[in-house]
Design a binder for this molecule. Structure first.
Ligand SMILES: NC(=O)c1ccc[n+]([C@@H]2O[C@H](COP(=O)([O-])OP(=O)(O)OC[C@H]3O[C@@H](n4cnc5c(N)ncnc54)[C@H](O)[C@@H]3O)[C@@H](O)[C@H]2O)c1
Length: 436
């Protein structure tokens, strides 16, 4: 097989983070700590993952980072925006995810990362209010200010390339509308201060206009509209989203394929969570929760395929709840009750109680996405990067296709894409040759 031409990862990679909250600061502090040898990059495919190449008999399973040229952690520079003025050290302390003893060992580096004033409008995130916000005559002007921040970041740190990852709050639920249908309509809407353009879309537009690939970690529409897809195609930029797949939904996309594989019926799946961080507070607003709920609920329909198996899944009752409960901070607790139906219609129950740490699960995803998006751009891949669906609750997909939610299919797709990039044979798991 012929390999794809991939430009080398020379120089520095700027990682632009929108929102310096729990997820972002856990990512930044994590990368700084790993760089200093203070911690290990557990949970990151780009840092720890391997990929089998060739036949099972060949014994070739190099690390992913040994077969594709990824930016080194030492060459990453972080920058970002937030509506609060706290630097990354203070913001990490506020988030309360990492121990102060670890943060203190990287304090000067964290303190140096101060958020630029944000583009923010409370109309789209009702529960937040902060002082570090840009003013502009219209949304176009705000987009220009973000573009200037991006250019200055590049110049000030002598960056070779950049990527942007949205780690800002979940906005109110919005549907695609006329302003989102083309680049032209979108630019006119920016000028006219159209309410159909939330803050997240202004960042997306600014990123793409500055030739920066974009990943969307929240369920916001953001890059998932025809105008942005057209802009990404025009500029030959990779884009990906949406909503990091971390705790309960990740577990759902592990367990549901197993149930389906055994053709067990599911009558009901009740998922509830308690969460006490700022994200939990934002999601306590019904309009922001609606955006999250849509994203969390879609996975079962696609995995279980009720249209193919109506007897097993047609009447499935799927309920998802998130309750804001401050005492737990970032340590989310999720409960799932699954009402199963087995042979001859006999009922069974499966209970999952997951005591996880939201940002500890999200940080390696942010790092991997930053490095893989940068790789995709250097490999000339543009538009939706479906091979990165592995990282998302609501993976973006081409029109007319259904999204792939099964975690194991997603991982196979990711690894086959890496094999394809380096001209190695794709692995189908047929394996008849071993028995010839
Ligand atoms: N942690 C997870 O497991 C997980 C999983 C999936 C999705 N997410 C999403 O990732 C995002 C970040 O999560 P978090 O736990 O870090 O939340 P957080 O509240 O700690 O951080 C979000 C930050 O974004 C800032 N912000 C909001 N709007 C902004 C804007 N327009 N410009 C700049 N900054 C803005 C907020 O001030 C806040 O500091 C949320 O949307 C969350 O839903 C998180």
């Amino acid at each position: 097989m012929k390999n794809v031409e991939i430009a080398p990862a020379k120089g520095k990679l700027g990682v632009l983070l929108v929102g310096l909250g729990a997820v972002s600061t856990t990512t930044i502090a994590g990368v700084l700590a790993i760089r200093k040898g203070l911690a290990r990059p557990i949970g990151s495919l780009t840092q720890m993952g391997t990929v089998r190449l060739g036949k099972r008999t060949e014994g070739r399973s190099p690390k992913i980072k040994e077969i594709v040229p990824l930016a080194e952690l030492d060459n990453i520079v972080f920058g970002g925006w937030d509506i609060f003025e706290e630097n990354s050290y203070q913001a990490a302390r506020t988030a309360g995810v990492l121990e102060t003893s670890l943060l203190d060992q990287i304090k000067p580096e964290l303190e140096a990362i101060k958020p630029w004033p944000a583009v923010f409008d409370q109309r789209y995130v009702k529960r937040l209010e902060g002082p570090n916000v840009k003013k502009g005559k219209n949304k176009r002007d705000l987009a220009e200010q973000l573009r200037a921040d991006i250019r200055n970041f590049k110049k000030d740190f002598g960056l070779d390339r950049m990527v942007m990852v949205w780690c800002g709050s979940t906005e109110v639920f919005m549907k695609e509308s006329a302003a989102h249908q083309s680049i032209d309509a979108f630019e006119k809407a920016l000028e006219a201060n159209d309410p159909a353009i939330p803050s997240s879309m202004i960042y997306t537009y600014a990123a793409l206009m500055e030739d920066v690939p974009y990943a969307n970690g929240a369920p916001n529409l953001s890059v998932d509209i025809p105008a942005m897809m057209a802009l990404a195609q025009q500029k030959r930029l990779p884009i990906v989203g949406k909503d990091f797949k971390t705790g309960q939904t990740w577990m759902k996309t592990v367990v549901a394929p197993g149930i389906k594989a055994r053709l067990l019926g599911v009558e009901g799946w009740y998922s509830t969570n308690i969460l006490g961080n700022r994200d939990g507070e934002v999601l306590d607003d019904p309009e922001s929760f609606k955006t999250k709920e849509e994203s969390k609920k879609s996975v079962l329909d696609y995995i279980l395929q009720p249209q193919l198996y109506p007897e097993l899944y047609k009447d499935l009752c799927h309920v998802v709840r998130i309750n804001y409960y401050p005492p737990r901070g970032d340590n989310k607790e999720g409960w799932d009750n699954i009402d199963l139906v087995g042979w001859l219609g006999y009922p069974m129950q499966l209970k999952i109680n997951f005591l996880c740490r939201d940002s500890i699960l999200a940080a390696p995803i942010v790092l991997d996405l930053a490095l893989f998006l940068d790789l995709a751009k250097r490999a000339g891949m543009s538009g939706i990067q479906e091979w990165l669906s592995f990282y998302f609750k609501s993976p973006m997909h081409a029109p007319g296709l259904y999204p792939e939610h099964d975690l194991f299919i997603q991982l196979m797709k990711l690894k086959n894409t890496l094999r394809y990039m380096v001209g190695e044979e794709l692995i189908t798991h047929l394996g008849l040759e071993y028995y010839d």
